[in-house]
Design a protein around this ligand. Sequence first.
Ligand SMILES: [Zn+2]
Length: 111
Amino acid sequence: MNEMMVQTMNFGVPMIYMWLLMILAIALYFMPTIVAGYRHHSSLFLIVVLNILFGWTMLGWLLLVVWAFFGDQYSTWSRPAEKKCPYCAEYIKSEAIKCKHCGSDLTKAPT
Ligand SMILES: [Zn+2]
């Protein structure tokens, strides 16, 4: 029985390939984190946490990869309380009546 086990162990690929495969698997598992980090994703912290918690579920992992790759272009959604100044095109608070960038009076509608 013991001999059989040793034989099975030696039958496989060399140990270095096993290690490489394991590193590859770990890298693949944390791909959402790696991609999000590389892209300086605005939700990087959340992706890292969700990656650790739900990365083992195929669907969770897939959603995280998609989010990490494409999610950031919707980052403006996270600041709906901001508007664009019609005078200098800088983003300011939607409640603002005076632009902090160019000092324009925003109570008057731009012509
Ligand atoms: Zn302005």
